[in-house]
Design a protein around this ligand. Structure first.
Ligand code: FES
Ligand SMILES: [Fe+2]
Length: 352
């Protein structure tokens, strides 16, 4: 048995999920706190998404309180102006003959990537000397092009530190207790035997025929194959394929702070009659994630007492891998060396 005690390590020098592309309209800006950092997201009139620190370097007023003209943001206090790259381009109080190097007042800009209908942000180390370039690209939803869009997207905030959201959502043993619903499954426990392999910055539940199907899957035709992948810092794809169709669930977790984690749950599919799935998912997703969220809220009551948590064999192995992956990512950063996956190919068995 392995135990873990609480810490609030948030990985940096890594891509985090920010928001669905549709949440950021052209010519608009949106303030959002990620990893305890105030960030201003915006999209220029040309359609380019950007992210800069949401804090005026003059007197610390959030830039999101100001005005965005589709090109640059103007602070509401003294009108300093910043472009999409965070460069200070104007200080209105300066006289024409008062020369000043405005670049001294640039605000931090974040690298942004827009793929498959989502915005991702690279959160670099706070310490300039420890900033490292991305080691791996933004994970892709398998089998869909970079310009594909999710057909369904739902976001909810869990009032907990990211580890509890990740461990809770990947936990294979909680379903019969947390997710009791007529459309999902009955209360009986069945044996599950699955192979797992290491995959880049995470692990994969090897592709297999779905024997104990949840009832929600009958609609995509035939007995589907299923493959689940997990990537740091908190990204999970579940690919379900039949001879005819493909449906992928993308679940991403991003820490807003040490006490809040945003969970976004999306579906991509190539099912021609997929439209009818939307109202079904609009009902199922909030229900399903609400059940995970409810138990996390209960867990918070216990965590206040700073307990030691137990990880048991097999059914908690994914959780153990998550902690090991996270720690190894941090250590390999600190020591400026290659990441070595702690995951070993293994068969896991549990009742669920
Ligand atoms: S505080 Fe932003 S311009 Fe003065
Ligand atoms: Fe769950």
């Amino acid at each position: 048995m392995v135990t873990i005690s609480s810490n609030t390590l948030l990985l940096r020098n890594i891509w985090y999920y920010a928001m669905p592309s549709t949440a950021l309209k052209s010519g608009q800006m949106q303030a959002k706190t990620l990893l305890n950092e105030p960030i201003l997201f915006g999209r220029t009139h040309q359609g380019q998404a950007f992210a800069i620190r949401d804090l005026c370097p003059h007197r610390a007023v959030p830039l999101s309180c100001g005005w965005f003209n589709g090109e640059s943001v103007q602070c509401c206090y003294h009108g300093w102006r910043f472009d999409a790259g965070g460069h200070c381009t104007e200080i209105p109080s300066l006289m024409a003959d008062q020369d000043m190097d405005l670049s001294r007042f640039d605000v931090q800009a974040y690298a942004i990537k827009e793929v498959q209908g989502n915005l991702w942000i690279y959160i670099a180390d706070r310490d300039r000397a420890a900033i490292r370039p991305p080691r791996f690209d933004v994970p892709r939803v398998p089998g869909f092009a970079d310009d594909a869009q999710p057909q369904f997207s739902y976001t909810v905030t869990f009032p907990c530190f990211i580890d509890h959201a990740v461990v809770g959502l990947m936990d294979p043993a909680h379903s019969p207790f947390v997710h009791r619903a007529w459309w999902w499954r009955d209360g009986d426990l069945n044996p599950e035997i699955k192979w797992f392999d290491p995959s880049p910055y995470g692990f994969t539940m090897r592709k297999h025929h779905m024997a104990n199907m949840g009832r929600g899957y009958w609609m995509i035709g035939g007995v589907p194959d299923n493959e689940i992948r997990f990537y740091l810092p908190g990204i999970r794809t579940e690919e379900t394929t039949t001879a005819k169709y493909r449906a992928v669930n993308l679940t991403v977790m991003t820490p807003l702070s040490d006490a809040e984690t945003e969970v976004t749950f999306q579906f991509y599919w190539d099912i021609p009659w997929g439209l009818i799935l939307k109202p079904l998912l609009a009902y199922m997703a909030p229900n399903f994630l609400g059940q995970d969220r409810d138990v996390v809220i209960k867990q918070q009551r216990g965590l206040k007492h700073d307990p030691v948590l137990r990880l048991i064999k097999d059914s908690d192995t994914l959780a153990r891998w998550y902690y090991q992956l996270k720690n190894e990512y941090q250590r390999s950063q600190d020591e400026n060396r290659e990441f070595v996956s702690p995951v070993k190919t293994q068969q896991l068995r549990w009742m669920a």
